[in-house]
Design a protein. Structure first.
Length: 363
């Protein structure tokens, strides 16, 4: 168990990558269509709802410091319901990974290749994330720890460069309450940022008094995303719906800066690193769920099944960019609500029952 555990810093970095996932490219544009610049308040509201899961995770970790989530649920609600929950989780993480890849693929196709390069993308991404799933969370979290500074530096540099372009205060309070909650519902699937922590609850090493560090990573990452949205809507007050790559589009009109040359390479490298790390996290989560559902099959079967399913569904389900957009705002929010809100409530009830059982035994 010791060889598979990750440190609190590595856990915080994983949280940051999950918070960045599916929020810094396409989502600001989609949000703008429903709630205009008030999307900033939608973002804050969804972050607040997500954040509730973090203390629930810490509470559950305190009561079950070394037990797997599957074993905890199996003991409390039975094998059948537990497997149903893990089926939901496996679908959730799979489509998270598929969404990250498809949005980034379209970005790089428009920015660099200007043509289809899907086979090259598969060859570039799938072996990397497959290797991460095989070697385990400790190995790829160390890699993320090594490159985390460069990811954050690239993100901040993109935000700073955007200040050299024309910006003005966004127009707030222009949407109705109906539009606000419609936008909230449509983008729930892009959140659920702490679901991965519950899945690897037994792999995270947390000493007494270190819990505050997790909150720092979460707050810092959310703050960066919030600043991105503020600057994005300040830059594109009317045409934000036309810009589907928010972080990269922040550099439009500033790609030539003195004698340095094109600066959009900074956004490209940052987005590429984030995409690889996010796909590693979600593919690893898929394999963890797969092995819990089918305990007789090892990790190799899980990753082979993932790779085949990923390639097939990409052509069938998201072969067209419009299918990605429609799925994010249609049926995937239902899955997002279940995983992001209903499951944490269930985990909180389980942690409360465990604690109450201890008290009754003591009395």
């Amino acid at each position: 168990m010791k060889n598979t555990q990750i440190s609190l810093r590595q856990c915080g970095i994983i949280i940051a990558m999950c918070i960045f996932a599916n929020k810094i490219l396409l989502m600001p544009s989609l949000m703008f269509e429903n709630s205009k610049s008030d999307s900033i308040f939608v973002l804050i509201f969804l972050f607040a709802l997500d954040f509730i899961a973090l203390p629930i995770f810490l509470r559950l970790k305190k009561h079950y410091p070394t037990e797997r989530l599957y074993d905890i649920l199996k003991d409390k609600i039975g094998v059948f319901v537990t497997k149903l929950i893990f089926i939901l989780l496996i679908v959730f993480f799979f489509f998270k990974c598929l969404l990250v890849f498809s949005v980034t693929y379209v970005y790089f196709k428009n920015q660099i290749y200007h043509d289809e390069f899907i086979f090259l993308a598969f060859i570039s991404f799938l072996p990397v994330i497959s290797h991460a799933a095989i070697v385990g969370i400790r190995a790829f979290s160390r890699t993320m720890e090594l490159f985390f500074f460069f990811v954050i530096a690239g993100f901040i540099v993109c935000l700073c460069i955007s200040l050299f372009t024309p910006i003005s205060m966004p127009y707030f309070f222009t949407t109705t309450a109906k539009d606000f909650f419609t936008s909230t519902y449509n983008h729930i699937f892009s959140f659920g940022d702490f679901a991965f922590l519950f899945l690897v609850i037994d792999r995270i090493k947390i000493s007494d008094g270190e819990e505050k560090s997790i909150y720092k990573y979460a707050f810092f990452s959310m703050l960066l995303v919030l600043i991105l949205y503020i600057l994005f809507f300040a830059k594109y007050q009317i045409t934000a719906f036309m810009h589907n790559n928010a972080l990269a589009d922040m550099l439009v009109f500033s790609v030539q800066f003195n004698a340095i040359g094109r600066l959009d390479i900074i956004a490209m490298i940052t987005i590429m690193l984030m995409t690889v790390f996010q796909m590693e996290i979600f593919s690893f989560a898929f394999c963890e769920c797969f092995q819990s559902i089918f305990p007789l099959l090892n990790r190799a079967y899980a990753i082979v099944f993932f790779d085949i399913l990923f390639c097939v569904l990409y052509y069938v389900f998201v072969g067209k960019y419009e299918n990605v957009v429609s799925s994010v705002v249609s049926w995937l929010p239902v899955l997002g609500m279940i995983v992001s809100y209903l499951l944490p409530i269930l985990f909180w009830i389980i942690s409360y029952q465990k604690r109450r059982g201890k008290i009754e035994k003591t009395d």
